[in-house]
Design a protein around this ligand. Structure first.
Ligand code: S3P
Length: 173
């Protein structure tokens, strides 16, 4: 089985994914890192040099590849992965994948992402907390339609990755 973590940027997919894989003695795979390795370029540079449409095409191709070849692993997706090009259907149709939506409040996301926005091409231009908050509110509204179709969801606010990982294990087994 593969456990697939989805959620908005800054929801803790990588941190929680790593913890969960550790606890369950599973392999950990981060789709963003996988794309960077395959493309031999950073996500920011891919957006800058080739644009978002190219990135989404590659993201979808690598998602399929990873879901087919991985077994017994925790896979963290990029924030937009389930929301493009039939990717959600690909995840839902993968018989060996169980999906989890890491659900984080708008306020927590804004706080976390303001400090880290330089690394993220979709929000790096937003220069004030208010602009970022407004952007995330609208974006999260659109994306929630897809995230909410995960097999399970877990609220991450005010909880440590350790506790959240334990909860995922209880939910799944
Ligand atoms: C994106 C999220 C990023 C990365 C890319 C696009 C998005 O991943 O895939 O910058 O569309 O939300 P993280 O959620 O790991 O930051």
């Amino acid at each position: 089985m593969n456990i697939v973590l989805m959620g908005y940027m800054g929801s803790g997919k990588s941190l929680i994914g790593n913890k969960l894989a550790d606890k369950m003695k599973l392999e950990y795979l981060d789709l963003d890192d996988y794309i960077e390795n395959q493309e031999k370029n950073t996500i920011s540079k891919i957006f800058e040099e080739k644009g978002e449409i190219y990135f989404r095409k590659q993201e979808s191709r690598y998602l399929k590849e990873v879901l087919e070849k991985q077994n017994n692993s925790v896979i963290s997706l990029g924030g937009g992965t389930p929301c493009f090009a039939g990717n959600l259907e690909i995840i839902k149709e993968s018989e060996k994948a169980k999906s989890i939506y890491l659900k984080t409040s708008l306020d927590q996301l804004t706080k976390r992402l303001f400090a880290e926005r330089d690394k993220r091409p979709l929000i790096s231009h937003l220069s004030t907390v208010d602009l970022l908050n407004d952007f995330i509110r609208k974006h999260l509204f659109e994306r929630s339609f897809y995230y909410n179709q995960a097999d399970h969801n877990i609220i991450t606010d005010d909880r440590e990755p350790d506790q959240i990982s334990e909860e995922i294990i209880t939910l799944l087994f």
